[in-house]
Design a protein around this ligand. Structure first.
Ligand SMILES: [Zn+2]
Length: 430
């Protein structure tokens, strides 16, 4: 085990919740009555207490998705009345869930509004990021501070009992100073997980996990509810709460590497299929006469945009150590004037851009946050990928398409896992 030093739009659609004070019954959360037309649709009457809880959740979600906000901004974005915001935030500050931050000078006359943000002990979550050869465990609070962290190597051939034991042991050690405080545990796995049942349905990198319910073992071993999800969803939720997705209603995170995956957020909600199915953009066809993919289909995006393609193309170009070459090495070669390396990087950017443009055209996504191997290419490769994407979308949309590099570096896994927990937990124990 090695210790690692520690280190974040409103909900749309639903109207703000208001109590029907004249009819609410103290102590009864809901009462069902026939609909006005007698059509069998129940009318839900909420007690004042229940309304306060729902508005509290709404305020916390607005902060989580937008970062620090003044009370006026909170009211505008969340749709909760200003007077209600005042009462709820006062209570949350008393509970140390929220705190006031120093206002940033805005150049206007008068005192700038004071932003509210999560306190340092607000909603600490257990975060467990499992990859093929590593277990990365942290305690992360609602504002995105890593309060404790440990990483352990993992043998990919390990059996499931040993994975369970290793994960629980590492979490207990990491969270020893937070006993009784963790509100939830988020677990990200490199495969497909049904986050409603916790069953891992596919995991090519760690086959022992298929068919297992890792979250149940972790909950039983720690006494804290654990929720498991796949790492592509974790990446998107992590960027939404702690990174470049914050404040943006729609965006996609793109995992680049030996495969290509995406976590897609539309109007603040991550796209999920039934029974835990995730999107498989890496296996959408970009060339019907292309190479056969690992999945058995022909001409998938992965066959031209994964690191395997890069290495094959490097070998074809006669580059040294092509079978183990990295994007970082190619970038260094290109910067040193190696023309074949520069040409290959340009082609790689074009190939990634094809898939991003298809997503932009299909789902109106305008912001892409890159994770994985492509980050090694730095700002130069980012610009090339952005330009390649823009060239393939309709002209009127081009200027709006933005490609960013994730700023999370080696913290992406635990931020994703923490966000999996926060996405399903009311981030307050009050
Ligand atoms: Zn495929």
């Amino acid at each position: 085990m090695r210790a690692v030093p520690g280190r974040n739009r409103a909900e749309r659609g639903a109207p703000p919740v208001t109590a029907d004070r004249s009819r609410a019954v103290r102590g009864i959360a809901r009462r069902y009555e026939p609909g006005p037309a007698g059509n069998g649709v129940p009318t839900v009457i909420l007690s004042t207490q229940h309304v306060r809880e729902l508005n509290t959740a709404r305020i916390l979600r607005t902060l989580r998705e937008n970062g620090p906000l003044s009370r006026a901004q909170l009211a505008e974005i969340s749709g909760v009345r200003r007077s209600t915001i005042g009462a709820i935030t006062k209570r949350l500050m008393t509970l140390n869930v929220l705190e006031e931050r120093e206002p940033a000078p805005d150049g206007a006359r008068g005192r700038p509004a004071t932003p509210l943000w999560f306190g340092s002990r607000a909603a600490p979550c257990g975060a467990i990021a499992i990859s093929r050869d590593e277990i990365d465990v942290a305690v992360v609070n609602a504002r995105g501070d890593i309060l404790a962290r440990n990483v352990s190597d993992l043998d990919p051939d390990v059996d499931v009992e040993n994975i369970d034991r290793a994960v629980v042991t590492l979490l207990r050690e990491t969270a020893k100073d937070f006993r009784g405080e963790l509100v939830k545990i988020g677990v990200s796995v490199p495969g497909v997980a049904d986050h409603t049942t916790g069953e891992i349905t596919s995991c090519p990198q760690l086959p022992a996990l298929v068919g297992t319910h890792l979250s149940e073992a972790i909950s039983a071993g720690t006494g804290v509810t654990a929720v498991v999800d796949d790492d592509s969803h974790g990446s998107a939720l992590g960027e939404q709460f702690f990174g470049g997705g914050r404040g943006h209603a729609s965006f996609a995170t793109i995992q680049t590497g030996f495969g290509i995956g995406a976590g897609i957020v539309i109007d603040g909600t991550i796209i999920r299929g039934p029974a835990g199915l995730s999107t498989e953009v890496g296996h959408t066809c970009v060339d019907r006469f292309g190479a056969v993919c690992n999945c058995g289909l022909r001409g998938c995006w992965e066959t031209i945009a994964a690191t395997g393609w890069v290495r094959q193309a490097a070998a074809d170009a006669g580059l040294k150590d092509a079978t183990s070459i990295t994007i970082a090495r190619l970038t260094a070669l290109a910067q040193a004037g190696q023309k074949d390396a520069a040409r290959l990087l340009e082609q790689y950017a074009e190939n990634i851009g094809i898939g991003l443009a298809n997503l932009a055209q299909t789902l109106c996504i305008q912001r892409f946050i890159l994770h994985g191997h492509a980050i090694q290419g730095g700002e130069g490769l980012r610009r090339q990928i952005e330009a390649a994407t823009q060239r393939r979308v309709l002209q009127a949309r081009r200027a709006h398409v933005i490609v960013e590099l994730s700023q999370m570096a080696d913290r992406a896994g635990v931020f994703g896992a923490a966000a999996i927990a926060l996405a399903t937990a009311l981030p307050v124990r009050a």
